[in-house]
Design a protein around this ligand. Structure first.
Ligand code: PNS
Length: 164
């Protein structure tokens, strides 16, 4: 029984993330989407409860997928939930450089963990949470880029305050 963890900020979840969750859930017996709770990082648009609520809403029909939060080192979180595989998405070479470094360091910190990569589907390879927020902030349509739950939260957030 392989327990995999897909970690990230998910600020907010977009269609590229969702595609990866669907595909990873078919590979691993159990998949935990682990949302980073970083008290030092106040640059998030959504707090951790909001980010988790979106992910939970979107993945509720996908079998074998759970949602959790983590803080501190991912390697320690993996130990605490007895998970052995980290799943990451790769969009481009620029992702690879960052991910390669993290994979090596995570393995040094926790040698019983392997990092695996899934290539982002071509149709979502240009989507990032940063760009989604930028587009939504100016009132443009992001419905082709994000699930409905994310779209709703973005709309609410920017209606309240266009500066986020
Ligand atoms: O969605 P993101 O922001 O690209 O996700 C990055 C994340 C959360 C996977 C990464 O920052 C992480 O694992 N943070 C936890 C802290 C940690 O373990 N740092 C050392 C990694 S070698």
């Amino acid at each position: 029984m392989v327990h995999a963890v897909y970690p990230g900020s998910f600020d907010p979840l977009h269609n590229g993330h969702l595609d990866l969750i669907r595909r990873a859930s078919k590979i691993y017996d159990r998949l935990t989407v682990a949302v980073l709770h970083n008290p030092l990082k106040d640059a998030y648009l959504f707090d951790v409860e909001e980010r988790v609520a979106i992910v939970k809403d979107v993945v509720r029909h996908i079998k074998g997928v759970e949602v959790d939060t983590f803080g501190g080192l991912l390697a320690d979180y993996m130990r605490s939930v007895k998970a052995t595989v980290i799943v990451k998405g790769l969009r481009a070479i620029s992702d690879f450089e960052v991910e390669l470094q993290m994979a090596h360091l995570n393995r040094q910190l926790n040698p019983s963990v392997e990092t695996t990569f899934i290539m982002t589907a071509t149709r979502w390879s240009y989507v990032s949470s940063t760009r989604v927020k930028e587009i939504a902030r100016y009132g443009a349509d992001v419905s082709k880029l994000v699930p409905a739950a994310t779209q709703r939260r973005l709309r609410e957030r920017f209606e309240r305050s266009p500066t986020g």
